[in-house]
Design a protein around this ligand. Structure first.
Ligand SMILES: Cc1ncc(COP(=O)(O)O)c(C=O)c1O
Length: 433
C-alpha cells in the first residue's frame, strides 16, 4: 500500500489501469495545406476557401481550416460572439472513468482528456487559440506576441499554432534573475518553441512584476510595428473574453458527448486547475447556462482565490454575461510552495497516479489540482460522497521534463539484462548489427 501525506492511500489492487473508455475521440486530423514563407497570404486564402459549417466534422479533413462560428443556443445572448474559429485541436477529446484510489463512498471521478487535444498543441490552450488565432488572421496579423513563464504551455501552443498558420511568434518568457542573460536551454516546452522558430525574449521575474505583462507586450508590439510588422497580442494564458469562448465551446462538446454517449452519466461537479482564469470563466459560465448545471471547482496554482474571482468577473463582464463569478465557481488555493514549484509529495503523487492509473498529470496545473482535490476529499469526505465528478485534464506534459531531477528518486528501478554467453544468435526483422 502506498501512502502520501495528503492522507490518501493507493492500494496494490489498483496498480492496474482499469480505466473504461466510453467516448473515444475521432481519428487524428490531417493537414491540408503547407503554408510556405513566400506565399504567406496564399495560405489564408486557401483556408478561407475551405470554410466548413459543422462544429466537429468527423472526416478529419478540416484540421487547420477556418470555420464560421455559431454559438450554442444557450449562449446566443452573450456578446461579442466570435465570427470564426480555426480548427486546431483534435476534438472532441475523450471522457473516461478515472479509477482513483480511496474515494469517498460512491464517489465517481471521470476525466476529460484535454491533454489529448493534440501533441504539439496539446492541452487547454488549444481551445482558446482556435478563437484567438481566427481573430488574429481576420485582423491581418503577420505575427503573434504572447507572454508567460519560462515553461509556459500557452506560449508553446501559441508558437506552434502560429507556425501552422504561417505566422511568426514572439514569446516573452519570465525566468529568474540569474538565468535571464543565459541561453534558456531546450527543456520541455522550450524545445518545441525553438524548433518551430519562435523568437524568445527573456525577462526576469522582478522586471515582470515591476512592469507587468500588458506593458511588456505593448513595448514589444511598438517595436515590431516600427519594424514594419503587424503583430497581434495574446494576453497571458490566452485569457481574455474572446479566449473564454474556448471553454464555453468545451461545455457544448461535453453536453453533446453525454447526449450521444453509451454511458448515461450526469456530472455534479467539474474540477479543473486555474492559472490565468480563462478556462474556469468559460467552464463555469457554460455549465451554468447549458443543461450541464455542474458545480465548477477551481484549484488555483498561482494567485489567490480573491484575485481570480475578480479577474473572472472581468472576463464575464467583457461578455456581458450578467453573472457573478462568486455564484458560478468555487475557487480553492492549491498553490503550495508557489507557481511551478513542487514539493516532493506533489511529485510523488504525480508518479503514483501515473503508476496506478496510467494517467500522467503535469506537475504545475492538473497535478496540483488533483492533489488538492484528493486532499480535500480525504479531509472532507462527506462533501464529495456520492458525487459524479468530471476532472478536466488540461495537459502540460512537457512541463514534467523540467522536473526530471526532482522526480528521479521516486522513479522505477532498472537493471542490466542477464544474458549468458551461450545464447545463440537469432535475427528477426530489422537486423541492426
Ligand atoms: C497545462 C495547463 N493547465 C491549466 C492551465 C490553467 O488554465 P488558465 O490559464 O485558463 O487558468 C494552464 C495555463 O495557465 C496550463 O498550461
Amino acid at each position: 500500500m502506498l501512502c502520501c501525506s495528503a492522507g490518501f492511500r493507493i492500494p496494490p489492487q489498483l496498480t492496474k489501469n482499469k480505466a473504461l473508455l466510453i467516448f473515444p475521440s475521432r481519428p487524428a486530423a490531417l493537414t491540408l495545406t503547407q503554408p510556405n514563407n513566400k506565399h504567406k497570404h496564399k495560405a489564408f486564402q486557401i483556408h478561407s476557401l475551405m470554410e466548413v459549417n459543422t462544429s466537429h466534422s468527423n472526416s478529419g479533413l478540416d484540421f487547420l481550416s477556418k470555420k464560421p462560428y455559431s454559438p450554442p443556443s444557450w449562449a446566443s445572448h452573450i456578446s461579442p460572439i466570435p465570427s470564426h474559429t480555426f480548427s486546431l485541436g483534435h476534438l472532441p477529446t475523450p471522457i473516461h472513468k478515472w479509477n482513483l484510489p480511496n474515494l469517498p463512498n460512491n464517489t465517481e471521478v471521470w476525466l476529460k482528456r484535454d491533454d489529448l487535444s493534440g501533441m504539439q498543441l496539446s492541452g487547454n490552450k488549444v481551445r482558446k487559440l482556435e478563437f484567438l488565432m481566427a481573430d488574429a488572421v481576420q485582423k491581418g496579423a503577420d505575427c503573434i506576441i504572447t507572454i508567460g513563464g519560462i515553461q509556459s504551455n500557452h506560449c508553446r501552443a501559441t508558437a506552434v499554432a502560429a507556425k501552422y498558420l504561417n505566422l511568426d511568434s514572439y514569446l516573452i518568457l519570465r525566468t529568474s534573475k540569474v538565468l535571464v542573460d543565459q541561453d534558456p536551454g531546450l527543456t520541455g516546452n522550450l524545445l518545441v518553441e525553438r524548433l518551430v522558430g519562435a523568437h524568445i525574449e527573456l525577462i526576469s521575474k522582478e522586471e515582470y512584476a515591476k512592469i507587468g505583462s500588458v506593458a511588456l507586450t505593448n513595448t514589444l508590439k511598438e517595436r515590431l510595428i516600427k519594424e514594419g510588422r503587424r503583430p497581434y497580442v495574446i494576453p497571458v494564458g490566452g485569457s481574455d473574453s474572446l479566449g473564454t469562448w474556448g471553454y464555453i465551446q468545451a461545455i457544448r462538446e461535453i453536453e453533446q458527448q453525454l447526449h450521444s454517449g453509451a454511458g448515461k452519466v450526469k456530472f455534479d461537479d467539474i474540477v479543473v486547475a486555474c492559472g490565468s482564469g480563462g478556462t474556469i470563466a468559460g467552464l463555469s459560465l457554460g455549465s451554468r447556462l447549458s443543461s450541464l448545471k455542474a458545480k465548477v471547482h477551481a484549484f488555483s496554482v498561482c494567485d489567490d482565490p480573491d484575485y481570480f474571482y475578480d479577474f473572472v468577473q472581468g472576463l464575464l463582464d467583457g461578455l456581458k454575461a450578467g453573472v457573478d463569478s462568486r455564484n458560478i465557481v468555487n475557487i480553492q488555493n492549491a498553490k503550495g510552495l508557489g507557481y511551478a514549484i513542487n514539493t516532493a509529495e506533489e511529485l510523488t503523487f504525480v508518479k503514483e497516479i501515473a503508476a496506478t492509473t496510467g494517467v500522467i498529470l503535469d506537475p504545475v496545473y492538473s497535478g496540483k489540482a488533483a492533489y488538492g482535490l484528493l486532499k480535500d476529499m480525504a479531509e472532507n469526505p462527506k462533501k464529495w460522497e456520492g458525487r459524479k465528478i468530471l476532472f478536466i485534464h488540461t495537459g502540460g506534459l512537457l512541463g514534467l521534463f523540467d522536473k526530471v531531477e526532482q522526480i528521479a528518486p521516486s522513479l522505477g528501478k532498472y537493471s542490466r539484462m542477464d544474458v549468458c554467453e551461450s545464447v545463440p544468435r537469432k535475427d528477426c526483422i530489422g537486423k541492426m548489427f
